[in-house]
Design a protein around this ligand. Structure first.
Ligand code: PHE
Length: 380
């Protein structure tokens, strides 16, 4: 053979291992070596550079050089056949056809392999650890509110919402606060005008509900309330309450106590230490207050700080913190809404949601609830 068949192939081209693509490759190379040694050399080199193409573009380039119809080395060798003797022509013609077929097979196999590789590079690797999306959540007070709504729902209570901007008459008058009574001072009211206030508690909801509906009633009244308080670690001028009201025939203080115990154990845990003490509210008689041992000082009233021992800043040394007020609905409240106190009795309670969260999680500072600092809120 006069021409150097390998001339069209760049010696710098990367080589691969054709036997990994086509298992019969070594046998084929041996068959060609017996038939036509120069062509066997071309086949070996051609097979190696096709198998070693690193991407589709390299494969194309090597295809053109080897098998291209115009300038490919195989086509050029075919074009030389007429110059050969009859015997030479027969042997070479057969060897060239085999070379062409087998190189084409290797090229196809390499192309398929490159495509598979490209796909698996983009593919989803399900064994990698996932990227966790940031998920928001309800505010800790909303979580407590919802938990309480769930609890009271289970006890047969429905939700009643009443306005934050309330008539003085509903916030105080119909709840049996006499005009100019000092109990009003304890509420440090924000007045909108003479008749209108920002509600200082969620109890006015009872009045609205009872004026609208006939007994029996079992309702809870969640919402935000306002008081012109001196702000400190345990007082804010806005906070959240949830009142409850149960009115029926023969409702007693024992029912109230059982309800409060169910509440305290469910929300603060079975081990919680509470006490129920008598206290005055104009709208209940008798009235009582449920206290929980202070979560910060554990009931001792003192805490250890940087400068030694000090009075507990949250309970102010009392050792207890007030969780809720409660009592039997005052007959005057029933009269104000047109219920007959000889016919029905009822109990009511009102709790502060911030206080509950502070007692449950040991939060020392009520202002944290309103600051919207995610380092705080993210913990719940
Ligand atoms: N409304 C009272 C307060 O805000 C709490 C309370 C509710 C007391 C129901 C007794 C009965 O202080």
């Amino acid at each position: 053979m006069s021409r150097d068949l390998l001339r069209g192939l760049d010696p710098a081209w990367s080589a691969g291992e054709p036997a990994r693509l086509i298992a019969q490759h070594p046998a084929r190379a041996a068959e060609l070596a017996a038939l036509d040694p120069p062509l066997a050399t071309l086949y070996e080199r051609g097979a190696a550079v096709l198998a070693g193409a690193r991407d589709a573009a390299e494969l194309r380039e090597r295809h053109v050089a080897l098998l291209g119809r115009e300038r490919g080395v195989v086509s050029l060798a075919l074009a030389e056949l007429p110059a050969l003797t009859v015997e030479e022509r027969r042997a070479r013609g057969r060897a060239l056809n085999l070379t062409k077929r087998w190189l084409t097979e290797i090229e196809e196999a390499r192309r398929a392999q490159l495509e598979r590789d490209a796909e698996s590079k983009d593919a989803l690797d399900v064994t990698l650890p996932g990227r966790k999306p940031w998920v928001g959540r309800p505010h800790v007070l909303a979580q407590i509110r919802d938990e309480l709504l769930d609890l009271f729902h289970g006890l047969g209570y429905s939700v009643y919402l009443s306005p934050e901007v309330e008539l003085d008459e509903y916030n105080f008058g119909k709840l049996n606060f006499p005009p100019d009574h000092p109990a009003r001072d304890a509420h440090d009211t924000y007045f909108v005008n003479q008749q209108v206030v920002l509600r200082t508690h969620t109890s006015p909801g009872w009045v609205r509900a009872m004026e609208e509906r006939k007994p029996p009633l079992r309702l809870v009244f969640p919402g935000r309330v306002y008081r012109a308080e001196q702000v400190d670690a345990s007082h804010m001028d806005q906070f959240h309450q949830m009142d409850g009201l149960c009115v029926d025939r023969d409702v007693s203080m024992a029912d109230l106590k059982a309800t409060l115990n169910t509440f305290a154990r469910s929300i603060l845990g079975r081990e919680v230490t509470t006490r129920l003490i008598p206290i005055y509210f104009p709208f209940v008689e008798p009235g009582c207050q449920l206290d929980v041992a202070c979560a910060i000082c554990g009931g001792g009233g003192r805490v250890r700080g940087g400068e030694g021992e000090a009075r507990c800043p949250v309970c102010k040394g009392a050792g207890w913190s007030e969780l809720l007020g409660a009592g039997m609905v005052h007959p005057n409240v029933f009269r104000a809404v047109g219920y007959d106190p000889e016919e029905v009795t009822g109990f009511a309670f009102g709790m502060g949601l911030e206080r509950i969260a502070m007692a449950r999680y040991g939060i020392p500072e009520i202002r944290l609830f309103l600051e919207n600092d995610l380092r705080f809120l993210g913990q719940f």
